[in-house]
Design a protein around this ligand. Structure first.
Ligand code: FAD
Length: 399
């Protein structure tokens, strides 16, 4: 293998090229990125970047990609087409041939119709988005978040930390239902009220108000919620548009096999990749930092040695920080969870998710020391009783 190309210079792209060198690949290695920036860290963009000094959140090793790892870095160069037969990627008029390609183009934030025409309406996905949002917060904006997901909730928390009015508009009766179930979603949603954010559920946004700058968000009952900053947090779609005509199967992500291969010589990792989980028995695409980091290394190792490719066995993990509280989740949110420590309205709790006789997921609020223990339990396919026993041991230790 002489030439390896990685498309997408985010977290997964960075980890992929780092893994290639770590595995001893000494050939030509190219990283193609659409943004003008070297890979940077996204989670701080909705957290400390908005409340502390607005420093670019760095990722270890990104600065030394060219000098230390000998990576050819093409920034501001979006890949626009892929020929999987000839094994050539096209980007900004360049033809980049490869023996192995790792696709790590991540996801793009969804937005509302009409949002592009009004100043003060933003999504929060990139460093440039975060800078624009921050500028409005600096000006003391009344903040409205459309969508009560994790990123939107963090944004509301940042606005409140700065003493600004914040409203979160959610179309479902309970926030985060798909992510953690209705009971746990309601418990997390209550954090907003406790910190002075107005959470309005079961409302439908019908449009935006304003001539040049946004002045409000219109709801289906005719009312308008006043705003100087509207952040649309209604999810993201995988960045796969450039793969049209490539012959790759795309269905809410690049469809891969269990080893993360999408076609001969093509692999995918991070927010853009969909793969059948070998143990959990479901087709998955995750938008979590830890997955992007781990999956990229796995995809690259398989790409360099396809004959020995291994299935990707990953127990999902994510965290989110609002109002100084740490929410953590491992596994899959199957059905409604059972509370095994604390109470839904207490500052700390642990809830477990069950499928048949197994524990398949765990949600914790402010129990940082516990979550990786549940991750290990789920990884070994432990029984529901094992989950309850661990909760009891942790309870006794905490006393
Ligand atoms: P990305 O980080 O999106 O990187 C993909 C890169 O590819 C981008 O730079 C993009 O511009 C580029 N690209 C796109 N199309 C092309 C193309 N055609 N050609 C070349 N390049 C292209 N996860 C957690 O677990 N916990 C958190 O607290 C958390 N907070 C978050 C907060 C924010 C504001 C955001 C946006 C995400 C957060 N995440 C969090 C999710 C986590 O950051 C992502 O899962 C992770 O960044 C995914 O990495 P990725 O490399 O797959 O995709």
């Amino acid at each position: 293998m002489e030439r390896v190309v990685v498309a997408g210079a985010g977290l997964a792209g960075l980890r992929a090229v780092q893994a290639a060198r770590k595995a001893g690949f000494a050939g030509r290695l190219t990283l193609v990125g659409a943004e003008p920036h070297l890979p940077y860290d996204r989670p701080p963009l909705s957290k400390e970047f908005l409340t502390g000094p607005p420093l670019t959140p760095t990722l270890g090793g990104a600065q030394g990609l060219a000098e230390d790892l000998g990576v050819e870095v093409l920034l501001g160069t979006p890949a626009s087409a892929l020929d999987t037969e000839a094994r050539v990627l096209s980007a900004e008029g360049r033809e980049v041939p490869y023996d192995a390609l790792v696709i790590a183009t991540g996801a793009l934030a969804r937005t509302l119709p009409g949002a592009a025409h009004l100043r003060g309406v933003h999504t929060l996905r990139t460093l440039d988005d975060a800078r624009a949002v921050r500028a409005r917060l600096d000006a003391g904006a009344r903040t409205v978040v459309v969508g009560a997901g994790f990123i939107g909730s963090e944004l509301a928390s940042a606005a409140r930390a700065r003493g600004l009015d914040a409203t979160v508009l959610e179309s479902l009766p309970t926030p985060l239902t798909r992510a953690v179930g209705a009971t746990a979603g309601a418990a997390l949603g209550a954090l907003h009220a406790r910190h002075g954010t107005d959470l309005c559920c079961a409302v439908t946004v019908t449009g935006l108000e304003g001539e040049t700058d946004v002045t409000g968000v219109r709801l289906s009952d005719g009312s308008v919620v006043a705003a100087d900053l509207v952040v649309v947090g209604i999810g993201a779609t995988p960045a796969t548009g450039w793969l049209a005509g490539s012959g790759l199967r795309v269905d809410d992500g690049v469809v891969c096999d269990a080893t993360l291969a999408g076609a001969p010589g093509v692999w995918a990792a991070g927010d853009v990749a969909r793969w059948p989980h070998p143990d959990l028995g479901v087709s998955m695409r995750l938008e979590h930092w830890t997955n992007a980091s781990e999956q990229a290394g796995h995809a690259m190792r398989n790409a360099l040695d396809p004959g020995a490719a291994q299935p990707y066995r990953h127990v999902p993990y994510f965290w989110s920080d609002w109002y100084g509280d740490r929410i953590q989740f491992v596994g899959v949110p199957h059905g409604e969870p059972a509370l095994v420590a604390g109470a839904w309205d207490e500052p700390c709790f642990v809830a477990l998710y069950r499928r048949d006789a197994r524990v398949v997921g765990a949600l914790t609020l402010n129990r940082r020391a516990d979550i990786m223990k549940y991750r290990a339990l789920i990884a070994r396919g432990a029984s529901w009783q094992d989950g309850l026993d661990l909760a009891e041991r942790r309870r006794v230790q905490a006393v």
